[in-house]
Write a protein that binds this ligand. Structure first.
Ligand code: HEC
Length: 135
């Protein structure tokens, strides 16, 4: 009996550790994304991506739209990860906007981190819908 308990405990623990590894990796990417976001994006998209103005649909004095929130209250979650990555790489200028592109400033791991971080800002209901649609 003692041996069986030991075997079961080992199987159980090994299972746990494996799962932990996966979680740790995902968490790391979000953490890297958060650091990258704070350095490069917060000046326009605000802390935790909520934007800097109350009404992001209203043009500013310079006639341009402010950066939209990307925390799940605007429409970033309607776009596939690929489309979001394109915005991060190329910015908004080609779409008539003014967000700068980050193609050469950030590496691919940092960009994936940003996508994971942005995803982590959304309410879980949105995350679920997004994952069903895009992942
Ligand atoms: C100088 C201001 C500025 C900076 C810095 C900036 N953005 Fe933006 N961002 C914008 C604006 C403005 C838009 C809307 C499109 C446009 O006008 O170019 C936008 C749009 C986006 C969108 C699309 C949102 C949607 O609803 O589709 C994403 C995603 C995004 N930004 C992510 C980032 C990330 C990640 C960073 C940092 C690496 C960043 N932005 C840095 C101004 C900025």
């Amino acid at each position: 009996m003692k041996r069986l308990v030991l075997v079961l405990a080992t199987v159980f623990l090994t299972g746990c550790f494996n799962n932990d590894d996966v979680d740790v990796q995902a968490t790391d990417s979000v953490t890297l994304g958060e650091t990258t976001f704070k350095k490069n994006c917060i000046s326009c998209h605000g802390k935790e991506g909520q934007g800097l103005v109350k009404d992001w649909k209203k043009t500013q004095e310079n006639g341009k739209y402010p950066a939209p929130p990307i925390n799940g209250t605007a429409h970033a979650f309607h776009h596939s990860p690929k489309a979001l990555l394109t915005t991060i790489n190329d910015g908004g200028v080609i779409l008539g906007g003014w967000m700068p592109g980050f193609k050469d400033q950030l590496n691919e791991v940092e960009k994936q981190g940003l996508l994971d971080y942005i995803h982590s800002l959304w309410p879980s209901e949105l995350q679920k819908k997004y994952d069903e649609k895009f992942k």
